[in-house]
Write a protein that binds this ligand. Structure first.
Ligand code: URA
Length: 539
């Protein structure tokens, strides 16, 4: 039966096991190739012993055989290259892709045994109680859980590294330390690349490190400082930057940076949002298992906050009865100075944008790609305020560029408004969403979240000093007028703020986009009628 059976009958392997060595602990391609070849050679699962860099052959075979194993591995690597493809159910492919990342050394053998059985026992795919399938399913589930925890518990710290000191316009490096249980680092790297696209970051783990070298569009001159080795090709990113994902060897916790100022801010925030009345220790530990605590800065606060929870919730009950409601603490992350020279407003707007980017006064900012500040003319008489950036705005860093923005642009055209002459912004500066599969679905910001963003909007209004504000939808109306405004009852009306500024209230363009197609044009005409008040007023 060819090279492999020759190997089995030779004296080197009296125990009649064929060693197969994969290139790394998550070498799916190598496993696939080897499994195809073994199947083509009718190799029984129990005739094969699987190894990878995390379970080296040398551990299992007596040392005199180690050299021979390396030689035979080279021979059968050649044999694997030409093996014919095998047809398997798609669920098996999905199972393999995940379960192979498990840290249990038996995973390759198990997956090959399942493959063998799928070919020889076609009924297996419909047997939900099969022990091998159940075990592999549990492995895949453990890997998915580990990936989920890594997504939730990675905490970046800011480092002003050598590259930053030489090229500050490229931004600082953000470094995180994490200890996954399984071999998930390479599989999860694209998630972090998508989530933190416009940041330079590295995640260090004991087994592998990932680095994302993002170069801002205006900082391209240091592109030559990117080391080409081991790197994916440079990719163009939304916003015009370049980016590259690189993998390196594992690291140790001491390679990760110590706590920084951003972390202090996060801890202050955590302390403030901690609701003692809602403390459910068991649930919390289920969501945030203790084994992750030693790398989570906020974990140090849990014990003292939990210890004082009872007394604090009793005080909260008393406070509600006795006086005004607790307000969100306002923490300004970076002071925004109003410079006095000619470029001052532009510079202040850029500073404001930078400050909102670091804002963690509510949880939304931590999950968004970047903040989206207002844009347009600083001399504008009209300022349009929406709710929050959407998916495309979050990626591009500009307000109203997605479908709602296109509808707003259409209205601007029809009303004879030049977009560059007005100022367009949002009540909330970061995109709040819920992940559904790969899609990020818009979620309405809560009142507390909008309240936390209020002072950023106030800063923009103070800079632009518009003669008229346009509240697009309920969130904007509440932020601009400081109280809940029933939009349908007040649409098309101009209301007054406490500071005397005027606010035209109307629907958000997304509300029109959500209507059934047959109602949309009439709704659009009514919306345009609301906005046409602007013609007489200001434009
Ligand atoms: N919706 C908003 O409220 N603002 C945007 O910028 C985009 C969509």
């Amino acid at each position: 039966m060819g090279v492999m059976n020759d190997l089995l009958t030779n004296d080197l392997f009296p125990q009649a096991l064929l060693p197969v060595t994969l290139q790394g602990p998550a070498d799916l391609e190598g496993f696939r190739r080897a499994a195809r070849a073994l199947l083509a050679q009718q190799m029984l699962p129990e005739q094969v012993s699987w190894h990878s860099s995390d379970t080296p052959v040398q551990d299992l075979f007596a040392s005199p055989l180690a050299g021979a194993v390396a030689a035979t591995t080279a021979i059968h690597n050649a044999a694997f290259a030409n093996a014919p493809p095998v047809s398997v159910p798609p669920e098996y492919v999905t199972l393999c892709e995940t379960a192979i990342l498990h840290s249990d050394a038996s995973r390759f053998g198990l997956l090959y045994r399942i493959l063998w059985r799928l070919v020889h026992e076609p009924g297996l795919r419909h047997d939900p109680l099969d022990a091998d399938m159940i075990k592999a399913g549990h492995m895949a589930q453990a890997v998915r859980r580990d990936m989920h925890k890594m997504k939730a518990f990675v905490r970046f710290r800011t480092v002003q590294d050598e590259t930053f000191r030489n090229h500050p316009e490229g931004g600082p490096l953000h470094v995180a330390w994490f200890e996954p249980e399984h071999h998930i680092v390479e599989a999860i790297a694209p998630f972090f690349a998508r989530r933190f696209t416009q940041m330079r970051w590295a995640v260090l783990t004991p087994e592998r490190s990932i680095q994302w070298d993002y170069i801002r569009p205006h900082a391209r001159h240091f592109v030559s400082s990117l080391p080409p080795e081991g790197a994916s090709p440079a990719l163009g990113r939304p916003g015009g930057g370049l980016a590259q994902l690189r993998f390196g060897p594992g690291a140790s916790k001491s390679d990760a940076p110590p706590p920084d100022a951003g972390e202090k801010l996060w801890l202050t925030y955590y302390e403030n949002i901690f609701n003692p009345a809602r403390l459910k220790m068991k649930m919390m530990q289920k969501e945030m298992p203790r084994k992750y605590w030693h790398n989570l800065p906020e974990a140090a606060l849990i014990a003292p906050l939990a210890a004082g929870a009872h007394a604090r919730s009793a005080r909260m009950v008393d406070d509600v009865a006795a006086g005004p409601k607790r307000r969100l603490p306002t923490i300004k992350v970076l002071p925004v100075t109003m410079a006095s020279d000619e470029d001052a407003p532009e510079r202040s707007l850029a500073q404001l944008r930078e400050a909102t980017n670091h804002c963690r006064e509510c949880p939304i900012g931590a999950c968004a790609t970047q903040s989206v500040g207002g844009e347009g003319s600083l001399l504008a008489k009209l300022m349009f305020v929406g709710e929050q950036p959407g998916d495309q705005e979050d990626l591009l860093g500009r307000p109203f560029v997605g479908p709602a923005g296109q509808l707003l642009d259409r209205a601007f055209d029809e009303l004879g408004i030049q977009r560059e002459q007005v100022f367009v912004s949002n009540a909330v500066k970061h995109f709040k969403y819920e992940l559904r599969g790969k899609r990020r679905i818009h979620k309405t910001p809560s009142q507390r979240e909008a309240a936390a963003c209020q002072h950023w909007l106030d800063d923009e209004i103070a800079m632009v000093q518009p003669g008229l504000l346009v509240a697009l939808g309920a969130t904007a109306a509440r932020s601009l007028l400081g109280r809940a405004v029933p939009v349908m009852a007040h649409r098309g009306q101009i209301l007054e703020r406490d500071d005397g500024r005027k606010v035209l209230v109307t629907l958000h363009p997304s509300a029109l986009l959500r209507m059934p197609a047959e109602e949309r044009e009439a709704a659009y005409a009514a919306w345009l009628a609301d906005l046409s008040v602007l013609n007489g007023e200001i434009v």
